[in-house]
Write a protein that binds this ligand. Structure first.
Ligand code: GDD
Ligand code: MN
Length: 364
């Protein structure tokens, strides 16, 4: 029987949770033809080997092993595109999502009828705080409110990572997705206003083993994605992150400048030190946040840093040329000329960073 539903389960360091997930799916979906696609981002804990082991006894179990472009949303998208099943179910591989709910999701999808049915965590109840902790619950509620406001849709839990979507609906929206970070459901809802969506409440369970990968980085990416959606796609998430790092760099520059003046450096030396510090800091932050999926490691870091300094110097040239050009045309209005110069400089730095310095590579 060809599978009717494909479970897409992103995996990063979940070796100890995988077998029990397959057993629970088996029990929950006894009369449905299903398959599971584990999408592993090259987990160092041997998850892929464990999946191969399970697959030797169970042909419903498949593996996509990824060695480039890591990320939760990326992995889910690749998994969804790799199945021929009519229904696609994205769920966590760590046991926090109860496979029994998949039936309810399918039923909700069919009775509505809808294109997408998502499991909505009861964030206000005590039930979820056990699994999420009070702080995470609060953070999720705040995130959900921001999303509702940004996408103008009445959804209770657009941050959920557990949903069933029809394949055609997925294919209709997939090219518009931002593709970055943790929040796939939000991205889908925001990118397809006509999508028919229903929610089914469920209890988010505690993890079986291992730990959550949602960290400060995921929250940063969420902020950038939110800004992208609020700007209706005009500002891509990466550009938002780049701009935020740039703004932070300005503060770093000022702090370093005053510190350098404090130890009685001449102004020129202090300004030079501050600029170098800010550029280095920007490089490190962009490497860790904005272009994390393509980041430099080890000795590559030094090469990347030197190249970034070169790009910034060229940016300064672009800045001054643009500002002078505007200054002449506006008969000596300094402020708009300076702003135009800075805009040009920033645009140059972003485009070269995105297309050249941190361009997509085959591996790493
Ligand atoms: N392939 C891949 N790549 N998988 C990943 C990655 C990654 O970079 N990061 C995490 N995963 C996998 C984990 O192995 C797990 O199966 C699933 O994605 C969810 O990750 P968790 O680290 O367990 O996330 P969480 O439980 O803290 O967050 C849950 O709640 C969020 C809402 O607050 C998830 O359901 C999220 O999807 C959801 O948005
Ligand atoms: Mn989890």
């Amino acid at each position: 029987m060809p599978p009717r539903i494909c479970i897409v389960a992103p995996v990063f360091n979940e070796r100890r949770n995988l077998e029990s997930l397959v057993q629970r799916l088996d029990a929950a979906l006894a009369d449905v033809a299903w398959e599971i696609l584990f999408v592993d981002d090259d987990s160092p804990d041997g998850s892929a080997e464990e999946i191969r082991r399970i697959a030797r006894f169970d042909p419903r179990v498949r593996l996509i092993l990824r060695i480039a472009d890591p990320g939760l949303a990326n992995s889910c998208i690749q998994g969804m595109l790799s199945s021929t099943a009519d229904l696609l179910c994205v769920m966590d591989a760590d046991g926090q999502h109860d496979p029994m709910l998949i039936r309810d999701l399918i039923q909700a999808l069919e009775t509505a009828p809808a294109d997408l049915a998502s499991a909505c965590r009861e964030l206000a109840g005590a039930d979820c705080s056990e699994a999420l902790g009070v702080r995470r619950s609060r953070l999720s509620r705040l995130g959900n409110s921001l999303i509702r406001w940004a996408i103008r849709r009445e959804t209770r839990d657009p941050l959920s990572g557990f949903f069933v979507i029809r394949r055609e609906a997925c294919l209709a929206v997939v090219r518009r997705l931002s593709n970055s970070g943790f929040k796939l459901l939000f991205d889908i809802l925001a990118s397809h206003p006509g999508l028919r969506h229903v929610e089914v409440p469920f209890r988010f369970q505690p993890r079986q083993a291992g730990e959550s990968k949602l960290d400060a980085l995921a929250i940063w990416q969420f902020g950038a994605l939110l800004a992208e959606k609020l700007s209706r796609g005009w500002l891509p998430a990466r550009a938002v992150s780049f701009l935020a790092v740039g703004a932070l760099g300005l503060l770093v520059h000022l702090a370093a400048l005053y510190a350098a003046l404090g130890i009685s450096l001449t102004f020129a030396a202090a300004q030079f030190t501050a600029a170098l510090t800010a550029m280095t800091c920007n490089f490190a932050l962009n490497n860790a946040l904005t272009f994390r999926d393509r980041r430099f490691h080890g000795v590559g870091l030094i090469r990347g840093w030197l190249a970034y300094l070169a790009i910034c110097s060229a940016g300064l040239l672009a800045n001054v040329s643009m500002a002078s050009w505007v200054y002449e045309r506006l008969q000596g209005l300094a402020l708009p000329a300076a702003l135009a110069g800075i805009a040009m400089d920033t645009l140059w730095k972003f485009v070269i960073s995105d297309r050249v310095l941190w361009r997509r590579r085959r591996t790493g």
